[in-house]
Write a protein that binds this ligand. Structure first.
Ligand code: NAD
Length: 157
């Protein structure tokens, strides 16, 4: 199957490689990136491809997100504030980008009924304490909450 894919964070490390992969599989790729930590250099080899489109804008822009999600068949949401230094130095910016940005993507994906893949990592989760985990009926353990206070640093011992 091929179609139209929106990659937020498409000029980032993973996004640019995903874009190249999908183009090789005959997908049309729309990359949305504000170039805050990504770079046009990451997608310089794709820019001449008529099936690759780079929009330099933020996932926090509802009108841009709406238009792109509407025209695509699937969304890969990779745009995020990442990197320990950035997150520690700009916690407000980090929350805005990662929480509201994801909310915006999910809102329009839901409205236009498009599937979304969201990338995450262990770094995005709080440091768990034993009491924060609970067992489910199936015996598997899962998190009681996906967020914690910003005063609880994820990276300290
Ligand atoms: N690289 C890894 O090893 C790894 C591992 C696990 C999970 N992840 C997750 O995958 C995702 C992508 O990681 P990456 O390594 O490619 O990071 P990256 O920093 O290279 O890519 C993130 C991209 O998002 C863009 N961006 C940031 N804020 C934006 C905004 N408001 N609007 C539009 N674009 C914005 C940046 O400019 C950048 O190009 C992140 O969510 C990260 O947590 C990465």
């Amino acid at each position: 199957m091929s179609g139209r894919a929106l990659i937020t964070g498409g000029a980032g490390f993973i996004g640019s490689h995903l874009a190249a992969l999908l183009l090789g599989l005959d997908w049309e790729v729309f990359a949305l990136d504000d170039l805050s930590t990504g770079s046009e250099a990451n997608v310089a080899h794709l820019v001449g491809n008529p099936h690759f489109h780079l929009t330099v804008e933020s996932v926090l822009s509802p009108s841009v997100v709406s238009e792109l999600v509407h025209k695509c068949d699937v969304v890969f949401h990779l745009a995020a504030a990442v990197g320990v230094r950035l997150i520690v130095e700009q916690p407000g910016h980090t929350l805005l980008t990662n929480v509201r940005g994801t909310e915006t993507i999910l809102e329009y994906a839901s409205r236009f009924e498009k599937p979304v893949l969201i990338a995450s990592s262990g770094s995005s989760k709080p440091r768990w304490q034993a009491s924060r985990w609970r067992s489910t009926a199936t015996g598997r353990r899962r998190a009681a909450s996906a967020m914690s206070a910003t005063s609880c640093a994820r990276w300290t011992a």
